[in-house]
Structures are given as C-alpha cells and as structure tokens.
Design a protein around this ligand. Structure first.
Ligand code: ADP
Length: 415
C-alpha cells in the first residue's frame, strides 16, 4: 500500500495540492472516518476504519452503514435516516453520542460517534467520525470495580464496628449493673457489722457497766473505722456507677456562675476555718445536667480545700475561657466550647500521678480523708458532657484542674 504522506509530499518550497492533502489526512487519521450517502450507503472509509473494524474497504463501500450496527439499531436505521431526511429531526447528526459497532468477526466495540452533514453535488452526505471507547470503558469498569470493592470493605468495617460497639455498650451495661448490684449487696452485710459493733458496745455497757478499754478499745475503733471507710467507698462506687445508669445526662441551660456561688456558700465553714478564699471569675451558661455539674465543681473545690498548703493562705480561683484547638480535648475550639479552670495554691500533684489521679480509688497523697473516687466521678461527668478533664501545674506549686464543656452558650453577665 502507498504511504499516503510520502505519496503526496510536495517538492520543497511547493504548496501541497489541497485535495491530496485532505486525502492523506483522511487516510492517516487515527480514528475511523466513514462518508455515507443519503440512503445510508458507505461511499468512503479510511484506513483506521479497516484497522479497527477488521474489514477491507471493498467489503464496506457500496453497502449500508447499518451493517456496522448491532440489532435492534441495524433494522431501525433506514427508518431513522428516512425520517431525518423527511423531517430534519436529528437524534445524532450534529450531536454525536455513544454507540456500538460490529466488527467483521462479529465482536462489538463501544464507540463514540460524531456525525456531520455536508451538501455537495446537489446531495446530502454524512460524515461519521468514530472513536474507540474500549480503553475508557475498561478504565471505567476497573474504577467501578475498585469503588465496589472499597464500598464492600467500608460496609464490612462498619458492620464490624457496629458489632463491637454493641458488644462494648453491652459489656459497659453489664459492668454498671455489676457495680450497682455489688455495691447494693455489699452494703447490707457491712451495715450488720457496724450494728454488731454498736450492739457489742451497748451490751458491754448494760451487762458489765463498762466500755471497751485499752487494746480492746483500739481494736474496736480500728474495726469501726474500717467499716465506715468501706461504707464510704461503696457509697462512692454507687454514685459513680449511677452516673451511667441513666443514659445521656439531661440537657438544660446551667448557669455555672450561680452554681459556683452555691458550692462556695456550702464550703464557707471549711474555708473560714482555714482562712481560705475562692475567687470566681466570669463563668458561662452551658448545656448540661445541673446536678452533675454541681457535683463536679463541688468535688474540685473540696479537693482544693483539702489539699491546701500549710505555709500559705489558701486561694482558689474558678475561671472560664473559650476552648481553643490546642486543648487536648475532643471538642476543639470551633464549636463554642469552654475551658473551665479550678486552680489552687495547695500541695500540688507529682507529674507521674497526673493522669492516674482520675482512676478509681487512686490517691496521690497519704494522710488525708477520702477514698479516691472524687476525680473519677469528675472525669465521668465531664466525659458524659462530651468534654475532657486534666490537671496542670500551677506556677506557685498548686494544681490547676481544667475541663472542657462543648457547645456552650455565650458568657453571662457576671461583673
Ligand atoms: P480523694 O480526695 O478522695 O482521695 P479524689 O479522686 O478526689 O480522691 O482525688 C484523687 C487524688 O488526687 C487525691 O487523693 C489527691 O492525692 C489528688 N488530688 C486531688 N485534688 C487535688 C488537689 N487540688 N491538689 C493536690 N492533690 C489533689
């Protein structure tokens, strides 16, 4: 076969003959180009048509274009052309669309087809430019398959996650229930031990007219102290487990400033005793459970009073500021969250105990009253409100307990 480009090469400096150039362009075009007469007969096909569809030009020229179409388009095609010529209503001419072409071996190729109409020599001619979409279809199919695989994996993971969440909430519920029942059931025998000791006191007094003395009195007091402590621990455990028995805390507008005032009022006798004072800064109104938030402030203020330093007058401050994104909380700074700080100038907490003081029954200082549940309760309250709690050093040696509360209302008008 002649090389069209070489055959029509003009001599250097000479303009190429326009007709030959167009023929060369048609011959060498990458995409199939087919010229059709107005009755649908193929008049010309280029080499790309032969290459792609597997026909020789002689097999196509003079035959109807519909031979390249799969059914049902093949049968409908004549009608379509006739209709177009009669009415001018086109569904492909000048528009183009995606079609299928039947190759010589019967296989079908996805193609895009752009058809234009030319009036020449008193007749209408149609030029169809085809483009093979096989590769694109393959990429699309691969993409679809990859997306389906991905979706499937997401579905599987989601199902796994949902299953473990159900399992987790079930075991949480079991644990709560266990703690609640155990605490309840432990209370009764403990009460009996205490009553037994008291009855023993009375019995001794009634029958012998005397009380425990000496070593016996010490043993009796030790036993009573252990019983009272055990009762306190059980009470604490009970209120800790109750925090989760009621589901999410009820949401109401809680004025933290008013709450802090109440708690400070209750604490006044202890504060007066040690010559301490509490400075309450402007505090916001937040959404939450008033009872729980009161308990939170109360625990923190009581601790600040309890763990004071003997060498300096106790000063406690309660302040709030907008939480920023740097907090190690899980509510960021964009949602209008607040960070509340209860700081003291007390004895402070060693670095290695910082995170541990929030654990159940964990105590960092010996020789103080308490059972080590106050901060665990604080943590649970804050987490149930969607916030976080932690403790920092105060420059003068005290502690600063900080907690975040998300999505709170703007500040109230405390002066
Ligand atoms: P409790 O006070 O009953 O021991 P908490 O859970 O309230 O239990 O506190 C745990 C521990 O954290 C305390 O035992 C104490 O060692 C330490 N702690 C809490 N608050 C403070 C504070 N303001 N200053 C110093 N240490 C504190």
């Amino acid at each position: 076969m002649d090389d069209p480009a070489v055959a029509s090469d003009p001599a250097p400096g000479q303009q190429p003959d326009g007709r030959e150039l167009w023929q060369a362009v048609l011959r060498t075009a990458v995409d199939p180009i087919i010229i059709i007469e107005q009755d649908g007969t193929m008049a010309h096909v280029n080499q790309a048509t032969e290459r792609l569809l597997g026909y020789r030009a002689g097999d196509l020229i003079g035959r109807n274009i519909s031979m390249l179409m799969p059914e049902p388009h093949r049968s409908a095609h004549d009608g379509y052309l006739a209709n177009y010529l009669a009415t001018g209503e086109a569904s492909i001419i000048g528009i183009g669309r995606e079609v299928e072409a039947v190759r010589a071996d019967g296989s079908v190729l996805p193609m895009s087809l752009a058809v234009s109409e030319t009036h020449f020599d008193g007749r209408s001619w149609f030029t169809g430019v085809l483009h093979d979409l096989t590769q694109r279809r393959q990429v699309e199919a691969d993409l679809r398959e990859a997306t389906e695989r991905l979706e499937e994996r997401v579905r599987e993971r989601t199902a796994q996650l949902e299953a473990s969440m159900v399992e987790l909430s079930r075991s949480n519920r079991d644990l709560e229930q266990f703690a609640y029942i155990a605490s309840h059931d432990l209370q009764a025998p403990l009460r009996n031990v205490r009553q037994g000791l008291e009855l023993l006191d009375d019995h001794l007094e009634e029958t012998r007219g005397e009380r425990f003395e000496g070593e016996a009195a010490e043993l009796r007091d030790l036993t009573m102290a252990a019983v009272l402590r055990m009762e306190e621990m059980i009470r604490g455990l009970l209120s800790y487990s109750r925090l989760d028995r009621t589901g999410q805390p009820p949401r109401q507008s809680v004025d933290l400033a008013a709450l802090a005032d109440e708690v400070v009022d209750q604490l006044r006798p202890q504060l007066a005793e040690v010559g301490g004072r509490v400075e309450v800064g402007p505090l916001p109104t937040v959404d939450g459970d008033e009872i729980q938030l009161r308990q939170l402030l109360q625990n923190l203020l009581e601790n600040a009073t309890k763990y004071r330093h003997d060498d300096r007058p106790l000063v406690i401050s309660v302040e709030a500021e907008r939480a920023d994104g740097d907090d190690n909380d899980n509510n960021g700074g964009d949602d209008g969250g607040w960070r509340v700080t209860v700081a003291d100038n007390g004895i402070g907490i060693d670095h290695d105990q910082r995170d541990r003081v929030f654990e159940l029954f964990r105590r960092a200082h010996a020789g103080y009253e308490g059972v080590g549940l106050g901060l665990a309760i604080c943590q649970r309250i804050v987490e149930r409100h969607g916030g976080d709690i932690w403790v920092d050093d105060e420059p003068d040696g005290g502690s600063a307990f900080r907690f975040t509360l998300p999505g709170a209302e703007p500040e109230t008008g405390r002066p």
